[in-house]
Design a protein around this ligand. Sequence first.
Ligand code: SF4
Length: 328
Amino acid sequence: MGPVELDVRNLKVSFSTPQGNISAVNGISFQLHRGETLALVGESGCGKTVTALSILRLLPEPAAKITNGEIIFSGKNLLSLNPKEMRKIRGEEISMIFQDPMTSLNPVLTLGDQLVETLLQHKSLNKKEALSKSAQLLGRVELSSPEEKLKQYPHQLSGGMRQRVMIAMALACEPKILIADEPTTALDVLIQAQILDLLESLKKEFGMSILLITHDLGVVTEIAERIMVMYAGDEVETGPTKSILKNPNHPYTKGLISSRPQIEMTGNKVQRLSEIPGSVPNLNQRPPGCSFHPRCKWVFDPCKTQKPVSKQLDQNFKFSCHLDPGTI
Ligand code: SF4
């Protein structure tokens, strides 16, 4: 693995609600290395997006608050930067793309206007140079007739094309880190594969790191070298993707893997998918002990009262469960 690009240490985030303060992220720690893709995986409500928004300091304050931790990037703790310093990091050094590009693109401006504005904000270019660079960027994300596209509005493009435009905007300043929050969820399967291929080739070309947020383990196998599985704001298992998919140690990870659609048929038999019973708990009604215990088929007495601590198996693997490694 390359040098550490981003180091998240014991991050805790809470939200103030009419029912009191609820903890959305409970002290997670992870490192993103240069040139790697790390996937944060889990069902909706597990704290993945809150983690990503914390890195960019885009949480809806004051309702959301980072109550503990450090986020170290280029030797600085992002949590101690002032708003001006943070604006410089966003876009120039760390960019983010979202599931629905329509929420990020301005519907009343042409793509050219939006790309040029981004470039003029962060780069010392004149308008003509910014326009030419914008066309280059659209070409790089494999959009045909880029000069023509610059004159179009977001609604004139398909969902897949809009996501390519968002990727072009995110790459405008050649960031060191791209955070991709469910970048393919809204797209059909063929376009999903194309966008993942594109991200993979851009990662290599720009030497950047990707923090991929997804609920979809299929996406993970395509491009992530490592995964961190989250459940109810906790980090439950982290390690290299191939090893975790083959030999998970945490029952939640195993449940996610078993519920993954697979194109596998034995003879004429179609295998039924198994599902994890129940759903992610409401964060203001977190079960005591292990938060996963009401859904876990390996649950035993300690799980109901004692929160499991993280076990570091070696430099690459850790998981939080009362079971011994290799039990499930
Ligand atoms: Fe299941 Fe217990 Fe492990 Fe939680 S700690 S995942 S309930 S076995």
